[in-house]
Design a protein around this ligand. Structure first.
Ligand SMILES: Cc1ncc(C[n+]2csc(CCOP(=O)(O)OP(=O)(O)O)c2C)c(N)n1
Length: 583
C-alpha cells in the first residue's frame, strides 16, 4: 500500500512503526507537525514540554526506562536542549532515543540559520538525514535501532523542504520489541567526572564502530553509478536536486548516516571519479571532511554559502549554466506583497499602540507579538531568542533605559514565558531590578498554530490538565507587584504602565485575553466610519489593523475582517469611529 504524506507526518509514522512509546518536544517551525501527527496514534504517549530542554530530559528518562522515545524541535530548540543533548551522548541509551532537529536554511521562520550537523558532530552522537518523504519514514524507524545498537542518541536532522514536502511512502507494520527494563548502571548514567572520563572512551569507540558500519552500508550511504568522469557526494534535500540534474551523467553518493561520516567509503568513491563535487546546503560539512583527507573537491566556492539550494543553483554549480529544468520562479508573478501582521482583534495590538505612544524602550521576544516591531507599530526594540526579553529588560534598565521614568519594559508571550522567561524573572527579583515585565497571556502558543502550553489547562488531545496560574507563579518567585489588565482597554494599559514604571520595584503586568484566532472569538460589533467627523489624522490607520484600509486619507473598514475589538475606536479623538448598532 502506498500513501501520500507530509515529511513530518512520515517521521511520526516511522517512529510509530519503530515502536516508539513516547514523544515530546516544543513547537517550532518546521518541526511542529511531527508530534501533532504522532499524537494521533493512541498507543503512544505524546506531550508538549514547556521547552526543548525539558522535552529532551523527559525523553532521556523514558529511554532509561527501556522504552523508545522521540523528541522534536526546531534548530534553535537544540540550543536550548544542548546541555542534556551533549551530556546524554556520554550516557548512551537504554531504549532508543531519537532527537529531531528541524533546521531552517533560508530562515523562512527563524531568527538564525544554523547547520545543526555541526552540533551532532560536536556532541559526538549519530546523525541521520532523510532527503525525501519515504526516507523520513524508514530512517526514523531505523534510527531507533541505530540508537540502541551504537548506544547513542541519534539526531534526525531535517530541513524545511524535507519536513514540508509531500511524497509517497510505503507504510509498514509496527515492529514488536522485546521487553526492556530500567537497569541500574551508575558508571554509565551518573556523569561524575570519574565516570565521565570512562564514558569519554566509549563515545570515541561508538563513533569508530558507527563509521565502520557507515563505510559498509549500501542502505544508508548508497552509490548510484554512472561512469567515472564526474562524481557528486551529497546528502539531505540536496540529493533530490543532484539526482534530477545529474543521474544520467554522474556517479552520485548519497550520505544518509552523516555522523560519523563514512570517510573510507567517501575516499574510495573520490578515487573512482575524475572530478568530484560536493553539493550540500549551508556549511561545507562533508566538503571539509574530504579536504582534510587531502582530496580535491569542488563545492562551496561554487554556491552561495547562505540560504537554500535549488535546481538553478545546483545546475549552475555542476554544469556552469542556468537551469533548463522547470523551476518555480515567482519573481515576476503579480503577487501583492503581504507583510505579516497581527490578526484583526488580536489582543496584542493595543499594548503595542500604547508602547509606541508612550515612547518606551521595549525589549521584545519571539511570538506573534514580535510583529509589534514592524510598521506601523514599530514599538519593539529587540528580539533575540526565546525568553531573552526578561534579562535584556533588566540589563538595559540598569544601565540606560530611557522610558517614561527612566525605566524599560520587557514584553513576552505566555508560552515564551513558560519556556524560558521564569528564570529571568527570578533574576530580576533577586538582583533588585525595577523594570516592568509585560506578559501577553493569550492562553496558547499562537505563533506556531495554537498549541497548548502550561497555562492553557489542556493537553495535546484536548483533555483538561492542570493549569499553571501566571499570577501565582510570578508572586511565588517574589514579584510583589503583579497586575492583570484587559489588553483591549487602552486607558487601563496606559494607567497601569505609568504607575508601574514609577514604582521602585520589579513589576509584572499580565495582559489577559484569549487568542481570537485560536479560540475563535468574536469580540463585538463591526466598526463604522462617520466621515463627517473624521479629521483624517490617521491614528486609526496606525494601529496596523488589516480591517482598516484607506481612501483619500479616510479609513475604510472591511466588515468581513473587523472583529470589533475597538482599539481603533479608542484612538479616534473626534469619535468618527464607532461600533455599528445591531439591526
Ligand atoms: C528555542 C525556540 N523554540 C521554538 C521557537 C518557535 N517559537 C517562536 S515563538 C514561540 C511561542 C510563541 O507563543 P507565545 O509566547 O505564547 O506568543 P504568541 O505567539 O501566542 O503571541 C515559538 C514556539 C523558537 N523561535 N525558538
Amino acid at each position: 500500500m502506498k500513501k501520500l504524506m507530509l515529511g513530518n507526518e512520515a517521521v511520526a509514522r516511522g517512529a510509530w512503526e519503530g515502536g516508539v512509546s513516547f514523544g515530546s518536544g516544543y513547537p517550532g517551525t518546521p518541526s511542529t507537525e511531527i508530534l501533532e501527527y504522532l499524537v494521533k496514534y493512541d498507543d503512544v504517549t505524546v506531550q508538549w514540554a514547556p521547552n526543548e530542554k525539558v522535552g529532551y530530559e523527559v525523553s532521556v528518562g523514558v529511554s532509561l526506562a527501556g522504552r523508545r522515545a522521540l523528541v522534536t524541535m526546531k534548530h534553535v530548540g537544540l540550543n536550548v536542549a544542548a546541555d542534556p543533548f551533549f551530556s546524554s551522548s556520554y550516557m548512551g541509551v537504554n531504549g532508543g532515543l531519537v532527537c529531531v532537529s528541524a533546521d531552517d536554511p533560508g530562515m523562512h521562520s527563524s531568527q538564525d540559520e544554523q547547520d545543526n550537523r555541526l552540533l551532532a558532530k560536536a556532541a559526538k552522537v549519530l546523525m541521520v538525514e532523510p532527503s525525501d518523504v519515504e526516507e523520513c519514514r524508514w530512517m526514523t524507524k531505523e534510527a531507533f535501532s541505530l540508537s540502541e545498537e551504537f548506544d547513542s542518541p541519534v539526531l534526525l536532522r531535517m530541513t524545511t523542504r524535507v519536513c514540508h514536502q509531500t511524497g509517497v511512502v510505503h507504510p509498514e507494520e509496527k515492529i514488536v520489541l522485546p521487553e526492556k527494563k530500567f537497569v541500574k548502571d551508575i558508571p554509565k548514567y551518573v556523569l561524575l567526572p570519574s565516570n565521565a572520563r570512562e564514558r569519554r572512551h566509549k563515545v570515541e569507540e561508538r563513533l569508530k564502530n558507527a563509521m565502520k558500519f557507515g563505510n559498509e552500508s549500501d542502505k544508508w550511504n548508497p552509490i548510484f553509478r554512472k561512469g567515472n568522469k564526474i562524481g557528486v557526494i551529497t546528502s539531505g534535500v540536496a540529493f533530490g536536486y543532484v539526482y534530477e540534474l545529474m543521474s544520467d551523467e554522474a556517479s552520485i553518493m548519497k550520505i544518509g548516516l552523516t555522523n560519523p561520516l563514512p570517510l573510507e567509503r567517501m575516499k574510495r568513491f573520490a578515487e573512482s571519479v575524475e572530478k568530484l563535487y560536493v553539493v550540500e546546503e549551508l556549511e561545507p560539512y562533508i566538503e571539509e571532511a574530504l579536504k582534510a583527507m587531502g582530496i580535491k573537491v569542488f563545492g562551496s566556492e561554487l554556491r552561495p554559502y547562505t540560504g537554500e539550494l535549488n535546481l538553478t543553483i545546483v545546475e549552475k554549480m555542476l554544469k556552469g549554466k542556468e537551469s533548463t529544468k522547470v523551476t518555480i520562479d515567482l519573481s515576476d508573478a503579480k503577487i501583492n506583497q503581504r507583510p505579516p501582521t497581527l490578526c484583526p482583534g488580536c489582543s496584542h495590538r493595543g499594548m503595542f499602540t500604547i508602547f509606541r505612544d508612550m515612547g518606551l524602550k521595549v525589549m521584545g521576544d519571539i511570538g506573534c507579538y514580535t510583529l509589534g516591531a514592524i510598521n506601523p507599530l514599530k514599538s519593539m526594540d529587540s528580539c533575540m531568542c526565546m525568553g531573552a526579553s526578561v534579562g535584556m529588560a533588566e540589563g538595559l534598565d540598569k544601565f540606560g533605559g530611557e522610558g517614561v521614568s527612566g525605566k524599560t519594559v520587557g514584553v513576552i508571550g505566555d508560552s515564551t514565558f513558560f519556556h524560558s522567561g521564569i528564570t529571568g524573572l527570578i533574576d530580576m527579583v533577586v538582583n533588585k531590578s525595577k523594570a516592568t515585565l509585560v506578559i501577553l497571556d493569550n492562553r496558547l502558543t499562537a505563533m506556531t498554530g495554537g498549541q497548548p502550553h502550561p497555562g492553557t489547562g489542556m493537553d495535546m488531545k484536548g483533555n483538561e490538565s492542570p493549569r499553571i496560574d501566571l499570577v501565582e507563579l510570578c508572586k511565588a518567585v517574589g514579584v510583589k507587584r503583579v497586575r492583570v489588565i484587559d489588553p483591549y482597554n487602552l486607558e487601563e494599559i496606559k494607567e497601569v504602565l505609568e504607575e508601574d514604571l514609577k514604582a521602585e520595584e520589579v513589576s509584572v503586568i499580565i495582559a489577559k485575553a484569549p487568542c481570537v484566532l485560536g479560540f475563535k472569538v468574536k469580540l463585538g460589533n463591526v466598526v463604522e466610519v462617520n466621515v463627517d467627523l473624521c479629521t483624517r489624522c490617521g491614528k486609526c490607520i496606525r494601529v496596523g489593523c488589516m480591517a482598516i484600509g484607506e481612501k483619500d486619507g479616510y479609513p475604510v473598514i472591511d466588515e468581513n475582517l473587523c472583529n470589533g475589538c475597538g482599539v481603533c475606536v479608542q484612538v479616534c479623538e473626534p469619535s468618527a469611529l464607532a461600533f455599528k448598532k445591531q439591526n
